[in-house]
Design a binder for this molecule. Structure first.
Ligand SMILES: Cc1cc2nc3c(=O)[nH]c(=O)nc-3n(C[C@H](O)[C@H](O)[C@H](O)COP(=O)(O)OP(=O)(O)OC[C@H]3O[C@@H](n4cnc5c(N)ncnc54)[C@H](O)[C@@H]3O)c2cc1C
Ligand SMILES: *[C@@H]1O[C@H](CO)[C@@H](O)[C@H](O)[C@H]1NC(C)=O
Length: 430
């Protein structure tokens, strides 16, 4: 069946989080005129998306230089593209360990530093930092003892307001004619629809919880850690994991004293950002080995809770590290209530690589975008290009992003700390 030259295939994108929105926008801007996006949330940004957040770090440090060069491309767009630039704040990134850190954590910081040290783009942008006085010189607003912090400061990094950026991409999609179907009835995908074909089984569409049927030439599954609900054959390639996120409320005067501070990651405790410019909230995240939720699923897979209300807590361990960090850096806020506590879910792979590929034996009808491994949001401005390349080439030539089937091997995830099962953790009493 020959397509008119100006007519692209119809595309159905399931999930309007970071990867789904980026894909919809990019394809729409490249001439795909029949794009429909479904999401179970009632509005975009989806409250279920990991991107529904005040901020995400945008930086190019990576143990794998492949992602460093992609991040540099993304940063270029965050800085200069009028769609993204209003949501990007290049406050810098202070990446350190405290006195208490173990050698493994120290090595991680060194590896991150090494990954950008050789890049010409970072000439004059990075410096090593060691001890109280040097930290205070960079961030005079830090009033605590800052015992033995060491690491580096990267000026060519910062954060994006991820909810605002998602909203902007959503509006841009609507302006380009992308159709959205949202909410439990029409937007929540319950199952995929297949038609028998001569080779394999072709995916032809999806059915919503309310029974609505959507058909398209290409189906793109972009539901983060929830993909396994629709393609159980992805199995252990993707593990739903979460980290806790909390805020503390500052007054406008307090927030003003911390305006423009760098994203500060004290790797053995937690990281935080400048106060949100609209709400004056300071966001904290203790990024340990993350938490699984095997108890929730019957198939031996770890999946996010279905309802948001079930994710409204953080482990006690998170509170411990966040309070410890506050005492050391901003003691004036050390006893402030931790509010808005919630778990933020992502799709982890064993080697921290994304999965951007066709699902095998679907005759190239079904694409899966998942496995963000907690480092996907910064790619919002360029992620759609990765998907277009897959559609144009007909297969995934980038081995990092291929469907891994049964070859899954554990090992080289970049994170320090071990993953714990949620069911066994004590919850913080906030
Ligand atoms: C605490 C935390 C901190 C992070 N920090 C950073 C950072 O600093 N920098 C960075 O680059 N990245 C960061 N990330 C990772 C980043 O948020 C993710 O990589 C990115 O959001 C992944 O995009 P996604 O589209 O795959 O998933 P999501 O953005 O989570 O979107 C999934 C979408 O699928 C929808 N959905 C789910 N099930 C269904 C269904 N049945 N039917 C319809 N729709 C459905 C959801 O509503 C949601 O909109 C962080 C993540 C977490 C959890
Ligand atoms: C996010 O959007 C709100 C509303 O437009 C705005 O007030 C705020 O400054 C934005 N935040 C950032 C950090 O860009």
């Amino acid at each position: 069946m020959a397509l008119e030259s100006n007519e692209r295939e119809s595309v159905l994108i399931l999930g309007a989080g970071c990867f789904g929105l980026a894909t919809a926008y990019h394809l729409a801007s490249k001439g795909y005129s029949q794009i429909t996006v479904l999401d179970k949330a009632d509005e975009i940004p989806s409250h279920f998306s990991a991107g529904f957040d005040l901020n995400k770090v945008v930086r190019a440090e990576y143990p794998d230089p492949f992602y460093t060069s992609l991040s540099l491309k993304a940063i270029e767009k965050w800085r200069n593209d009028p769609l993204y630039a209003p949501h990007y704040h290049e406050t810098g990134f202070l990446n350190v360990v405290s006195d208490a850190a173990n050698q493994q954590t120290r090595d991680t910081i060194e590896n991150y530093f090494a990954s950008i040290q050789k890049q010409p783009a970072f000439d004059g942008q990075i410096q090593r930092v060691s001890g109280h006085a040097e930290v205070k010189k960079i961030v005079p607003a830090f009033q605590g003892l800052i015992n033995g912090w060491s690491g580096y400061w990267n000026k060519m990094a910062g954060y994006c307001h991820s909810a605002n950026a998602s909203a902007a991409v959503y509006c841009a999609c609507v302006n380009l004619g992308v159709k959205f179907q949202l909410g439990k009835q029409d937007g929540e995908v319950e199952s995929l629809l297949y038609a028998s074909a001569r080779v394999g089984t072709t995916c032809v569409g999806a059915r919503s919880r309310g029974g609505r049927i959507y058909l398209a030439d290409k189906i793109i599954l972009a539901m983060g850690p929830d993909v396994a609900n629709l393609i159980p054959q992805i199995g252990k390639q993707v593990t739903g994991r979460c980290w806790g996120v909390v805020h503390i409320q500052l007054s406008p005067e307090e927030a003003a004293t911390l305006r423009n501070i760098p994203v500060t990651n004290v790797r053995d405790m937690a990281f935080f950002f400048e106060p949100d410019r609209e709400t004056n909230k300071l966001k904290f995240c203790h990024m340990g080995g993350a938490f699984t939720n095997y108890a929730y699923s019957k198939d031996g897979l770890s999946l996010p809770f279905t309802e948001l209300s079930e994710s409204q807590f953080v482990p006690a361990e998170d509170e411990f590290y966040i309070r410890k960090l506050l005492k050391e850096v901003l003691p004036q806020f050390a006893d402030r209530p931790l509010i808005d506590a919630h778990l933020c879910w992502f799709a982890d792979t064993d080697d921290s690589n994304y999965i951007i590929d066709y699902v095998p034996e679907t005759g190239s009808s079904l694409v899966v975008l998942s496995g963000d491994s907690g480092h996907g949001f910064k790619m919002l401005p360029i992620f759609g290009e990765f998907v277009q390349a897959l559609l144009d080439n007909g297969d995934q030539s980038e081995t990092r992003w291929q469907w891994k089937g049964s070859q899954v091997k554990t090992g080289s995830a970049w994170r320090s700390g071990t993953s714990q099962e949620l069911a066994g953790v004590t919850r913080a009493k906030l």
